[in-house]
Design a protein around this ligand. Structure first.
Ligand code: NAD
Ligand code: MG
Length: 394
């Protein structure tokens, strides 16, 4: 079998390193073409030593020069080291690449992910922000360029596994009544708005079931992550927002479900370990070892379900409203949220003010049709500016 060549965008992150863990278990099936990181040059060096990619990419030329020097010293100069955003796009669309893992966090992942889609690659999508920003345009590019899009977000990967292989044309056509999007509820499940006002970044990043990057950890704590996932589900599976029900399920063992018109509900279960959806995306339609322990149902013992509290966690409602508003509204929501989360992590914004800031920016920005990439990127830039201006006034 000729090994598939894989580019991992955001290799040094939580999803990126889990991806390399799975790839490393199957050297006969996969070769690493390129690894990219923003600034974490030490971590990228360690990954280059282990996986010997053809190309490594960092953001700044200064970091790239450092990595070049280190690799030369280690006798690994076969890895070409590049810097900057254009290099990210190039390793995503390179002719020799079959598969691209999109695991950069935030809007920064949009252009390289779209480049992979437009080059018709197998795209493993972890970077939900890219799809939230550019929904219709992104899905249209997948169809037009014949890309294979495999959702890696655990919930969407679960739904993908619960739907018929061919699920295009709307849920109704396939007898699906509703998608049930499970949520752990985050570290503050059951807390009141008053309690939430005082939480710290470290508390917010201590997720009960999943170990993840800091941005998505905060999003999980505010439930904005579930809001972004609701939007993501609408685009991936051609669902209307009212066809997606959020179900809080604290054990995070059921990763999501599809409810059919005959009353059947199909669920995907597993230990909360991202290597399962990553291995699924890499090998689909086959199955490979992911290094994940078998699920022990006796140890799980019980599965609980409850509705989400949208009063304490208004971000979920804000996201649903943005999806219903359409056009640039989700891109504005995402941009304002990225600025808010960064300010919260830097200690400059309270936890409950994240939703407040997102709502203020939303109220300020008109919704326009998101027909082309320029309009979306402009909505993103202007929303960030509005968010920074709001922060400056506090
Ligand atoms: P992370 O913060 O751990 O890693 C982010 C990676 O992107 C790093 O390699 C970093 O160097 C790179 N990066 C950051 N900013 C960049 C920029 N401006 N330009 C280029 N590269 C940049 O994040 P993560 O938890 O691995 O999440 C990655 C994506 O996957 C996010 O969109 C997240 O929502 C999604 N996701 C993560 C999980 C999870 O379990 N961690 C689950 C589902 C979805
Ligand atoms: Mg998820």
């Amino acid at each position: 079998m000729t090994p598939r060549r894989v580019t991992v965008l955001g290799a040094t992150g939580s999803i990126g390193s889990s991806t390399l863990d799975v790839l490393g278990r199957h050297p006969e099936r996969y070769r690493v073409h390129a690894l990219t990181a923003h600034r974490s040059r030490e971590a990228l060096l360690a990954q280059c030593r282990r996986h010997r990619p053809a190309v490594a990419v960092l953001d700044a030329e200064e970091d790239a020069a450092w990595l070049r020097g280190q690799l030369a010293e280690a006798g690994l100069a076969t890895t070409e080291v590049r810097a900057g955003r254009e290099a990210l796009v190039e390793v995503a669309e390179a002719r020799e690449v079959d598969t691209v893992m999109s695991a950069i966090v935030g809007a920064a992942g949009l252009l390289p992910t779209l480049a992979a889609v437009k080059a018709g690659k197998r795209v493993l999508l972890a970077n939900k922000e890219a799809l939230v920003m550019s929904g219709a345009l992104f899905m249209d590019a997948v169809t037009r360029h014949g890309a294979t899009l495999l959702p890696i977000d655990s919930e969407h990967n679960a739904i993908f596994q619960c739907l018929p292989v061919e699920h295009r044309g709307g849920l109704g056509r396939h007898g699906v009544r509703q998608l049930l999007l499970t949520a752990s509820g985050g570290p503050f499940r059951g807390w009141s708005r008053d309690d939430l006002a005082r939480v710290t970044p470290d508390q917010a990043c201590a997720h009960p079931n999943w170990s993840m990057g800091r941005k998505i950890s905060v999003d999980s704590a505010t439930l904005m992550n579930k809001g972004l996932e609701l939007i993501e589900a609408c685009w991936l599976f051609e669902a209307r927002p009212d066809q997606v029900q959020v179900v809080v399920h604290p054990q995070s063992v059921i990763h999501s479900m599809a409810a059919y018109s005959d009353g059947s509900v199909i669920a995907q279960l597993g230990n909360p370990d991202m290597r399962t959806p990553i291995a699924y995306g890499l090998a689909w339609p086959e199955r490979i070892d992911a290094g994940v322990e078998a699920l022990d149902l006796f140890q799980v013992a019980r599965l609980d379900f409850e509705p989400a509290d949208e009063t304490a966690f208004p971000c979920l409602r804000l996201a649903r409203e943005a999806m219903a508003a359409g056009g640039t509204a989700p891109a504005v929501l995402n941009a304002a949220n990225e600025v808010a989360v960064e300010a919260f992590l830097a200690g400059r914004l309270g936890f409950t003010d994240i939703a407040e800031l997102v709502a203020r920016v939303r109220d300020e920005r008109p919704v326009v049709p998101a027909g082309d990439l320029e309009t979306i990127l402009e909505a993103d830039v202007i929303a960030r500016r509005a968010a920074h201006a709001w922060l400056a006034r506090q």
